[in-house]
Design a protein around this ligand. Structure first.
Ligand SMILES: [Zn+2]
Length: 171
């Protein structure tokens, strides 16, 4: 855990995890062959900071380039534990990459990621109407969860006597 790591149970992380769970159910996981080809494309290194990775080590992960962009191989890139731990959150991947590399290194890594995404577009998933309906219901639930959590935080804050105490006037 790095110092700038964000709280694990913050509302945006939770809703993001739920969105990813829905995507994961809808989309098949990449095959071993697809993973192997991504591993080679990224030259066994972290797509963001460029550090070397070992295939059999557990300190790297398949990052979702776009956090809500789906599970297909074109949205996957190897990322070291450090880069994977620095949640991208509101940053898009290019902004995130800019925090990890600059100049020629930024350009080269950006091109490598873009090329990978272009070569492997997201497969168009066709689902039955009942599946689409359930997914829509789930997305609504996720949005409601986020809104309710924010309400809860606001209510707790408004009930906090520390915060409601009238401010002492400055002398
Ligand atoms: Zn990295």
């Amino acid at each position: 855990m790095t110092l700038n790591a964000r709280p694990k149970h913050a509302v945006p992380q939770a809703t993001n995890a739920m969105k990813k769970t829905i995507e994961a159910i809808l989309e098949r996981q990449p095959t071993r062959t697809e993973n192997r080809s991504a591993w080679d494309h990224f030259a066994h290194s972290c797509a963001y900071c460029g550090c070397d990775l070992a295939a059999d080590a557990r300190d790297w992960h398949w990052d979702h380039i776009d956090p809500v962009g789906g599970n297909h191989i074109g949205n996957r890139a190897p990322a070291c534990g450090r880069c994977n731990g620095d949640q991208k959150l509101a940053l898009n991947w290019e902004e995130f990459l800019a925090t990890k590399a600059e100049g020629d290194a930024y350009t080269a890594r950006r091109e490598r990621i873009t090329k990978w995404m272009d070569q492997h577009p997201r497969p168009s998933a066709t689902h039955s109407q009942s599946v689409e309906k359930m997914v829509e219901e789930l997305r609504t639930l996720v949005a409601q969860f986020g809104a309710k959590c924010r309400d809860l935080k606001a209510t707790i804050a408004s009930e906090d006597p520390q915060k409601n105490r009238p401010r002492r006037r400055a002398m």
